[in-house]
Design a protein around this ligand. Structure first.
Ligand code: HEC
Length: 191
C-alpha cells in the first residue's frame, strides 16, 4: 500500500470511528432500557397468577406493561413498545415497517438455529420525516409461563378464554408453543 493510500484509509477510519463508537454506546443504552422491562413483568405475572390464577394476571400484560414502558421511557429517554406479527392488542402492538422486517428476521434466524432469547438488532435509521433515530429490538420468546394466556386454545382455562374474548375480540395471540417468538420489545430514541 502506498503512503497516499494509507493516509486515505486512516482518514476514512478516523471519520468512521466516532460514528461507530456512538452506535455502540446507543446499542448499550437501548439494550439496558429494553431488557429492564421483561423481568419485571415476569415477576408481576408470577405473583398475580399465584394470587388469582392466570385470568387475574391479565391486567399485568394489559395495564402494567404499558405503564412500566412509559416509566422507563421517562427515566431513560428511550421510547419502549411491544410489537408482534400476531397481535392481541392491534392498537398498541402493530409493527411499523422497520419492526415488521425485524420480527420477520428474528423468525428466520430462530428457524436457522439461533437461540431466540439472544436475538437482538440495533441500528441507526432515517425516519419518514427525515430525522434520524436509533432503533433497537429484542425478541421475546414464549416461556412456559406465557402459555397460560398465549398457548394453544385447548390449554387455556375457560376463565382466561372468557376474559380474553371480552377485551380482545380480534385476538391473534394464542397457539404459541414454548420457545417460539411471541414478539419483540423495541426501544427508539430520536437523535
Ligand atoms: C395472564 C395472561 C398473560 C400472560 C401470562 C402473558 N401475557 Fe402477554 N399479553 C396478555 C394480554 C392480555 C395482552 C394484551 C395487552 C394489551 O392490551 O396491550 C398481552 C400482550 C402481549 C404482547 C404485546 C403484543 C400483543 O399481542 O398485543 C407481548 C409481546 C406479550 N404479551 C408477550 C408475553 C410473553 C413473552 C409472556 C410470557 C413471559 C406473556 N406475554 C405472558 C396476557 C398475558
Amino acid at each position: 500500500m502506498t503512503i497516499g493510500r494509507l493516509a486515505l484509509v486512516a482518514a476514512i477510519a478516523s471519520a468512521a470511528l466516532p460514528a461507530l463508537a456512538q452506535e455502540l454506546a446507543l446499542m448499550t443504552e437501548a439494550r439496558a432500557a429494553a431488557t429492564s422491562l421483561p423481568p419485571r413483568l415476569v415477576t408481576a405475572l408470577n405473583e398475580e397468577i399465584a394470587k388469582g390464577g392466570p385470568e387475574g394476571a391479565i391486567p399485568v400484560c394489559r395495564d402494567m406493561a404499558p405503564k412500566m414502558a412509559k416509566e422507563i421511557g421517562a427515566s431513560t429517554g428511550w421510547q419502549l413498545k411491544r410489537v408482534t406479527l400476531k397481535a392481541r392488542n392491534p392498537q398498541r402492538a402493530t409493527p411499523d415497517a422497520w419492526e415488521r422486517a425485524t420480527l420477520a428476521e428474528f423468525d428466520r434466524r430462530a428457524a436457522a438455529g439461533e437461540n431466540p432469547s439472544k436475538l437482538e438488532k440495533g441500528e441507526m435509521v432515517e425516519q419518514a420525516d427525515g430525522t434520524r433515530a436509533f432503533r433497537y429490538a429484542k425478541a421475546l420468546p414464549t416461556q412456559a409461563l406465557c402459555l397460560n394466556c398465549h398457548g394453544p386454545e385447548d390449554k387455556l382455562t375457560a376463565a382466561v378464554k372468557a376474559r380474553l374474548a371480552e377485551h380482545y375480540p380480534q385476538d391473534r395471540a394464542t397457539g404459541y408453543s414454548e420457545g417460539q417468538i411471541r414478539g419483540a420489545i423495541v426501544a427508539t430514541k430520536p437523535l
